[in-house]
Design a protein around this ligand. Structure first.
Ligand SMILES: *Cc1c(COP(=O)(O)O)cnc(C)c1O
Length: 373
């Protein structure tokens, strides 16, 4: 069986859009794409009058080298978010198929399934926020086409051991595509699941330049997978997904020097993460700091709403993840610079009287007369 047998059958006969740039590369006189023959401006817009390459060769080569895969196993898109959407659209028929997720986890998997009309099977993480691989296998009915694992997991921070990923990939062979989202793997100090790709055609790995590489605004993500899966998604992807300025920014960043800087910064974030975690454990309001392999900490507070307000009053925003399963009173705090983290700790270790919002003040003041009009 081929991994394509898991995909929506109707896509196999879909004739993909053939773009002008695909049919003919650059030539001296380019009259095939209805572009403007003039650049937009004399300055920064140089070259932007032309459509970009669908999969820029230079960037593909560069990312394939970085991630340690053959160029035919990589597809580049607008952040890994785009691939979550494309995978769900390629593998799940509305009203019939489903994805499997292990909450609490990244919200986009369920959102993309919802948009596609696909079902969402939930297999919660255990009490210690670890993956329950047996429960995943037990819940993986024939309707489940995609199993999403996030490692390190957002918003808990825990890494899924490579051995568990390998075991699941083997057990799910010919049953489902296992998608491992490694948005934070650079902060984990562990091997990527991409090392397992040659043995498992039903494994896919998501990587991004948005976190450790500091290019969230450029929107460059990669799907690493079997060439058959790459080919399938390429067919349903818009023809020009990557804006030229984003490709240029990625190429300018992905140099040997850029990689050294990224690694130094990741190491700095890891040191700060451990310092912050150690200090937070001594803050009276803090109930628990979850162990994290990412660039954030998930912290359970006595009263997260109150803490969040205190921080906001001092100009510090953190993410309230209290609505996620098992994460009542938890805040997700990104690790910042040493100065930013120290400022956070300063605010948390001082008594706080959150400023009341205007409407709360108004509600607390008895109304005397109806104001007009
Ligand atoms: C941030 C994040 C992403 C988004 O990555 P983009 O490449 O910016 O789209 C994907 N997965 C997880 C788990 C994330 O936290």
């Amino acid at each position: 069986m081929n991994v394509l047998d898991l995909a929506r059958p109707e896509l196999r006969w879909l004739e993909p859009y053939a773009s002008a740039r695909m049919q003919a590369g650059p030539a001296a006189v380019m009259l095939n794409a209805n572009e403007s023959p003039w650049p937009a401006t004399d300055g920064a817009g140089q070259g932007l009058n032309r459509y970009p390459e669908g999969q820029p060769r230079a960037l593909r080569k560069c990312l394939a080298g970085l991630y340690g895969v053959d160029a035919q196993r990589i597809l580049i898109g607008r952040g890994s978010d785009e691939f979550i959407d494309l995978l769900v659209r390629a593998f799940c028929r509305p009203e019939r198929d489903a994805i499997l997720i292990c909450p609490p986890t990244f919200g986009m998997y369920a959102v993309c399934a919802g948009v596609q009309g696909a079902g969402v099977v939930e297999v919660p993480l255990n009490q210690d926020f670890e993956l329950d691989a047996d429960a995943v296998l037990a819940a993986c009915t024939p309707a489940v086409k995609l199993v999403f694992l996030c490692s390190p997991n957002n918003p808990t921070g825990a890494l899924v051991p490579l051995a568990s990923i390998e075991r699941l990939a083997a057990a799910l062979a010919e049953r489902a595509l296992l998608v491992v989202d490694e948005a934070y793997i650079e902060f984990a100090g562990s091997d990527s699941a991409a090392t397992l790709l040659p043995g498992f055609p039903n494994l896919a790995v998501l990587r991004t330049l948005s976190k450790a590489w500091a290019l969230a605004g450029a929107r460059v993500g990669s799907l690493l997978a079997d060439p058959v899966v790459i080919e399938l998604l390429r067919r349903i992807m818009p023809p020009y997904p990557l804006p030229t300025p984003s490709v240029d920014a990625a190429l300018a960043t992905l140099t040997a020097q850029g990689e050294r800087r990224m690694r130094q910064r990741a190491a700095r974030i890891i040191r700060e993460r451990e310092r912050l975690a150690g200090c937070l454990r001594h803050v009276p309001e803090v109930r628990a700091v979850l162990p994290s392999c990412a660039n954030f900490l998930n912290v359970r507070f006595e009263d997260a709403a109150r803490t969040r307000q205190c921080l906001a009053a001092q100009g510090i925003v953190v993410r309230d993840v209290g609505d996620c399963r098992g994460l009542a009173n938890c805040l997700r705090i990104s690790v910042g610079t040493a100065a930013q983290n120290t400022r956070l700790l300063d605010v948390l270790t001082k008594p706080c009287s959150p400023r009341k919002k205007d409407w709360e003040k108004a509600a607390a003041t008895p109304r005397t007369a109806e104001s007009s009009p």
